[in-house]
Design a protein around this ligand. Structure first.
Ligand code: FEO
Length: 393
């Protein structure tokens, strides 16, 4: 793909990775992704903002083939999907300096490596005059690594936000119009990457209120022509009211757990509580992460395997714990054959959750009528908890 003009003197460069299906050997990418670099020209100097994933270095280098001079390479983030092509860019432009936070400079030297003498560190609020175009650097740690930074192009009102406000989506469209599909891609990205850092997300959103931002150019996915669309969504996902909703991941071996799950689903529906039911052997992890963004309650359901939680559910519990969702309530349903430690094991796996435990339901073998009544009781407790928390209006 060729470079594309955003405004006069500012261009999208990079790579649309249509076929990538997994990130970090973990996160499904059903719609691919993109690695966005940007070229910013002033009358005095030219800056390249970020690079691309190493597998796509050739695409960036083709776009840079006609560029005579790069003075600065702004590195917002040391993660390799944006920095991996840096060594090639530095070879091609031997006078270019890498501009980044001190922490990012250290990490670039360790991860790639970039020669230390090519790095120029900047403090929070520092500016760089390209000639008629001023880049202001905004340190933004923990969205989502400790070294991350934004760049604000002052005269243009454009925020280059790195991973923050991004989306894993491959598209021929450069600009997001705020459609449901645009926001779904952004929510998936938020859930998978930013959710563990919700406190920092809020802090950075607050800081950005002080800038007159007219456009947001993230490092993945589409450019946001209306910044409010994505910043409002981030505000809701990170600190808005949770939904009257249950996220219900489960796995079943011989059907007992599935019967329990369906009984709970019926009980929740009758009480007007939304439920998202995820059968884990066929579920995209990203969809569960999206559900965790705003579900008020998480219920995990599992049979026992060798006396403990089923490994497929254990894996999802581990990821959910790492994502630190804001759920207020949590519970467990388990069916066991001769012994079961699933509840204790799940408690140990989910120590990051600050949710109140609603009494788990444990069934020996196939659930009978009294077990189903107990499960209906769990649905009632969840509905009551949501009502008391003011989530059901
Ligand atoms: Fe897109 Fe954290 O790298």
């Amino acid at each position: 793909m060729k470079a594309r003009q955003i405004v006069d003197g500012i261009y999208w460069m990079g790579s649309v990775d249509w076929d990538r299906r997994l990130f970090d050997s973990l996160i499904p990418l059903p719609d691919g992704t993109s690695y966005n670099a940007y070229l910013v020209r002033g009358s005095r100097a030219t800056a390249l903002l970020d690079a691309v994933d190493p597998a796509k270095t050739h695409e960036l280098m083709e776009q840079l083939a006609d560029i005579e001079r790069i003075d600065y390479i702004i590195a917002h983030h040391a993660e390799q999907d944006h920095s991996g092509a840096l060594p090639d860019v530095l070879d091609r432009f031997p006078d270019a300096e890498v501009v980044c936070t001190p922490k990012c400079g250290q990490m670039l030297c360790e991860l790639l490596p970039v020669p230390p003498n090519r790095i120029k560190t900047v403090a929070d609020g520092d500016t760089l005059d390209l000639g008629g175009r001023t880049l202001r650097f905004v340190h933004a740690p923990w969205v989502h690594w400790p070294e991350t930074m934004f760049t604000y192009a002052e005269e243009d009102g454009i925020l280059f936000s790195c991973d923050f406000l991004g989306s894993h989506i491959a598209s021929s469209e450069l600009t997001a119009l705020g459609t449901a599909d645009d926001l779904a891609a952004a929510k998936r990205y938020y859930a998978e990457i930013m959710m563990p850092f919700a406190v920092h997300v809020v802090k950075h959103l607050d800081r950005l209120e002080g800038l007159n931002i007219r456009m947001v150019c993230p490092s993945h996915g589409k450019v946001w022509a209306d910044p409010k669309v994505i910043t409002s969504a981030y505000r809701q996902w990170s600190s808005g009211r949770l939904a009257n909703k249950v996220c219900l991941p489960f796995v079943s071996m011989h059907g007992s757990t599935e019967v329990m799950v369906d009984a709970l689903v019926d009980g929740l529906i009758r009480r007007r509580v939304e439920v998202e039911r995820f059968e884990l052997t066929g579920t995209d992890l990203g969809r569960i992460a999206m559900s965790l963004v705003d579900s008020a309650t998480i219920v995990m359901a599992t049979p026992t395997v060798l006396g403990g939680v089923h490994p497929v559910l254990a894996s999802v519990a581990f990821v959910a714990n790492a994502l630190r969702p804001r759920a207020q309530f949590v519970s467990v349903m388990t069916s066991y054959g001769w012994a079961g430690r699933a509840v204790e094991q799940l408690a140990a796996l989910t120590g990051n959750l600050k949710a109140k435990l609603i009494e788990p339901v444990t069934v020996k073998g196939f659930p009978g009528p009294r077990d189903l009544e107990t499960i209906d009781g769990l649905a009632e407790k969840i509905a009551q908890a949501h009502a008391e928390a003011g989530l059901s209006e």
